[in-house]
Design a protein around this ligand. Structure first.
Ligand SMILES: [Zn+2]
Length: 105
């Protein structure tokens, strides 16, 4: 599996070490702790807001997922707070960049 080709299709997958079970982020074929191979699986689509910012009228959040992965997403439904639970509704790639659309729950 390849992270970017899956993301293009709207599938958010993460790599998990087959030896030490660490979630490897940024995604990689090999564990950055013990250098074993990883296996790929779907990431949880729930996370929590770590940080947010406002640009014009849009809010953007850094969201932590499974206590390991941090992604940046745009918020579709209101004003986020640090610690708030969110859900990933959509993901993909725009050119070279990852994008995630999230909503507050
Ligand atoms: Zn490992």
């Amino acid at each position: 599996m390849n992270f970017e080709s899956e993301l293009k299709k709207g599938n958010f997958i993460i790599s998990e070490c087959t030896n030490c079970q660490k979630i490897v982020w940024p995604p990689s074929e090999f564990c950055n702790q013990c250098f074993s191979e990883v296996s790929w699986r779907n990431a949880s689509n729930h996370g929590k807001v770590v940080e947010f910012s406002k640009q014009n009228n849009d809010y953007f959040c850094i969201v932590e997922i499974e206590n390991a992965v941090k992604i940046m997403g745009s918020v579709s439904n209101g004003i986020p707070n640090v610690g708030q639970r969110v859900k990933i509704d959509n993901c993909g790639m725009k050119g070279e960049n990852y994008y995630f659309e999230i909503s507050l729950i």
